[in-house]
Design a protein around this ligand. Structure first.
Ligand code: GLN
Length: 552
C-alpha cells in the first residue's frame, strides 16, 4: 500500500481534446516543486496499445523514452521538462498494459474461478498502478492525468478507478481538477460557459465532483462568467481558475500561480500555502521570450510541419537557442523533394543550422543524405539524431571514404557496404513492440573532441531507441578518412557519437539527447549546434557586436 502522506491530484479534461491537460499537470507539478515538495506525474492513456512505441507519429506524436527504457506518451516529456524529475515506466499506464496484465493473470489462473470483469478487476489493476507509483516513487504529490475527454467510452474504467481511489484513500488526500474549454465567440464578443457546465455534468454522471476547474480561454473570464461557472458546477468561485493562452509554454506555471491554482490545491488537501521560489523559472521564461537575435534552423524529417512528431527536438532547440541569447525560426524540409546538391542548396541557403532527427524506414533517406552533404561541405552547423547520425555516416562513407555503395541494412538489406548494420542482439527479434535498444546507457567521450568539449565530461548517460548501429567492420576505414568516433559504449563495441574535424559543428549521436534537455538546462549538443548557428549567421557582420555565444 502507498504511504498515507502522498497526496493525489487527478486531472480530467472536458469539452475538446488537445486542451493542454498535460501542460496544466506539468505546470502544477512545477508550482508544487517550487514550494519544495517532491512531485511525480502519471499519465493514463485509454488506448489498447500496450505502449505508443508501435504507433505512427502521425497519430500519436513523438514517442518519449524514459531512462528505464519505457516508450511513453509525449506528455511525459512535458512533465520531465517542467518538474525536472526523471520519470519511469510506472509513470505511463495504458489501457493496453492494464488489460494485458489482467488477461495474463486470468490465463495463469490467479483469479481462482472468478468471472473477470471491468469492475473490479480492471479498475483494481488501475488502482494498483497508482499505489505502485506512490510506493515506489514516494512523492509528496502524485498528479495523475487521465487522457482523453470525459464522456469517452474507453476512458470510463480509469474514471471509475479514480472515483473509487478517492474513497479508498480518503477525501482529504485527493483533489480533482477538471480542465475545460471556455470558448470565445467573436461574433457576439462573449465567452461561453455552457460547454463547461455540460462537461462537469458528464463528470458528475460518473460520480466525480471536481474540486477545481481550470478553464482554458483565449479571452479573460469576467467575474460574471466565473460566478456562473461556480454556481452551475458547484465549484467554489475561487477554485474557478482561468488558464489564458500564453505566448510561451513555460509561462503557463507563472500564469497559473497568479490565478492561485497551487493555493487552491493545497487548501483542498489541508496544507498550508507557502511562497514558491520561481525566480529561476522566471529568468528562463525571460530568456526564451526576449532574445536579442534569431537563427534559422532547418529540420529535415519525414513528418514535416507535424511539430508533435518532433516535440522534444523542437523544445531542445528552443532551450538551446535561449541559452545563447537567440530566438529560433524553424524551416521544415521534406527530404523527398531534395534530389541533388542543387536542391539541397536551395533548401539550405537561408538557414544557419541543420537538424536531421530520428526516424524509421527508407522514405526520404537519399534527400537527408543530400542535405547532410551540403552541411558538411559548406560548414553549415549540423546535428544528427539517431537516424540523422546514421545518415551522416552513410554520407561520409559514400562521399569521403569512397565507399560509394554505402548504405544501412535497414534501407537496403542486400547492400554490400553496410556501414550501418543491425545490432547483434536484434538479429532474432521478431516482435516490434518494446524490443529496440531502449533507455539510458553510458557513453565514454574522447578527449579533444567537440562532444567532450560540449559536455565537459569524460562519461555521460543518454537515452536510446534504435535497432541499427555503426558497423564496426567499417570503423577503421571511416576514421582513416577523418570521421571521429567521439562517443563509445564503455566496452567500445558501439559507436554513440560521430563527428568530423575541421567543421564548426558536425556531430551525430546514436542516442536521443533531446529527451534530457530542460528549459533552464539546455542540452550540450543542442547548445553546441545553436552556438555554431549564431556564429554562422552573425560572425562576419555588424551584428558581431552582440554578445558572443559561449558554450558552458
Ligand atoms: N531506424 C534507425 C534504427 O532503428 C534509427 C532509429 C531512430 O532514429 N530512433 O536504428
Amino acid at each position: 500500500m502507498s504511504r498515507q502522506s502522498t497526496k493525489y491530484i487527478f486531472i480530467t479534461g472536458g469539452v475538446v481534446s488537445s486542451l493542454g491537460k498535460g501542460i496544466v499537470a506539468a505546470s502544477l507539478g512545477r508550482l508544487l516543486r517550487s514550494r519544495g515538495y517532491s512531485v511525480s506525474i502519471q499519465k493514463f492513456d485509454p488506448y489498447i496499445n500496450v505502449d505508443p512505441g508501435t504507433m505512427s507519429p502521425f497519430q500519436h506524436g513523438e514517442v518519449y523514452v524514459t531512462n528505464d527504457g519505457a516508450e511513453t506518451d509525449l506528455d511525459l516529456g512535458h512533465y520531465e521538462r517542467f518538474i525536472d524529475t526523471s520519470l519511469t515506466s510506472i509513470n505511463n499506464v495504458t489501457a493496453g498494459s492494464v488489460y494485458l496484465n489482467v488477461i495474463s493473470k486470468e490465463r495463469r489462473g490467479d483469479y481462482l474461478g472468478a468471472t473477470v470483469q471491468t469492475i473490479p478487476h480492471i479498475t483494481d489493476e488501475i488502482k494498483s498502478r497508482i499505489h505502485e507509483a506512490s510506493s515506489k516513487l514516494d512523492p509528496d504529490f502524485l498528479i495523475c492525468e487521465i487522457g482523453g475527454t470525459i464522456g469517452d467510452i474507453e476512458g470510463l474504467p480509469f474514471v471509475e478507478a479514480v472515483r473509487q481511489f478517492r474513497y479508498d484513500v480518503g477525501l482529504k488526500n485527493t483533489c480533482f481538477i477538471h480542465v475545460t474549454l471556455v470558448p470565445y465567440l467573436k461574433t457576439s464578443g462573449e465567452v461561453k460557459t455552457k460547454p463547461s457546465q455540460h462537461s462537469v455534468n458528464a463528470l458528475r454522471n460518473v460520480g466525480i465532483q471536481p474540486d477545481i476547474l481550470v478553464c482554458r480561454t483565449e479571452s479573460d473570464l469576467g467575474e460574471n462568467e466565473r460566478l456562473k461557472l461556480a454556481q452551475f458546477t458547484n465549484v467554489d468561485p475561487e477554485s474557478v481558475i482561468q488558464c489564458l493562452d500564453q505566448e510561451c509554454l513555460y509561462e503557463v506555471p507563472l500564469a497559473l500561480e497568479k490565478e492561485g491554482l497551487a493555493k487552491q490545491v493545497l487548501s483542498r488537501l489541508g496544507l498550508e500555502n507557502t511562497i514558491p521560489n520561481l525566480e529561476d523559472w522566471k529568468k528562463t521564461v525571460h530568456a526564451l521570450k526576449h532574445p536579442s537575435r534569431t537563427v534559422k534552423i532547418a529540420l529535415a524529417g519525414k513528418y514535416t510541419g507535424l511539430s508533435d512528431a518532433y516535440l522534444s527536438v523542437i523544445e531542445a532547440i528552443k532551450h538551446a537557442a535561449a541559452s545563447v541569447d537567440s530566438a529560433v525560426e524553424f524551416k521544415w524540409i521534406n527530404t523527398e523533394d531534395c534530389v541533388d546538391q542543387d536542391s539541397a542548396e536551395a533548401f539550405l541557403q537561408d538557414v544557419d543550422g541543420l537538424v536531421v532527427p530520428g526516424g524509421f524506414g527508407y522514405r526520404g533517406i537519399e534527400g537527408k543524405i543530400e542535405v547532410i552533404r551540403y552541411a558538411r561541405e559548406n560548414n553549415l552547423p549540423f546535428l544528427g539524431l539517431c537516424l540523422g547520425m546514421q545518415c551522416a555516416v552513410i554520407e561520409f562513407a559514400r562521399n569521403v571514404a569512397q565507399l560509394t555503395r554505402a548504405n544501412s541494412a535497414e534501407f537496403d538489406p542486400m547492400t554490400d557496404q553496410p556501414v550501418i548494420g543491425l545490432m547483434d542482439d536484434q538479429r532474432n527479434v521478431i516482435d516490434k513492440g518494446g524490443t529496440m535498444r531502449l533507455g539510458q546507457y553510458p557513453c565514454h567521450l574522447v578527449k579533444g573532441s567537440k562532444a567532450h568539449e560540449a559536455y565537459a565530461s569524460d562519461a555521460i548517460m543518454e537515452r536510446h531507441r534504435h535497432r541499427f548501429e555503426v558497423n564496426n567492420d567499417y570503423r577503421k576505414i571511416l576514421s582513416d578518412a577523418g570521421m571521429v568516433f567521439s562517443g563509445m559504449s564503455p566496452d567500445r563495441k558501439l559507436v554513440e557519437i560521430a563527428e568530423i574535424e575541421n567543421h564548426p559543428w558536425f556531430v551525430g549521436s546514436q542516442f536521443h539527447p533531446e529527451f534530457q534537455s530542460r528549459p533552464d538546462k539546455a542540452h550540450p549538443l543542442f547548445k553546441g549546434l545553436l552556438a555554431a548557428a549564431v556564429e554562422y549567421r552573425y560572425s562576419d557582420s555588424a551584428k558581431a557586436s552582440l554578445k558572443s555565444p559561449e558554450i558552458v
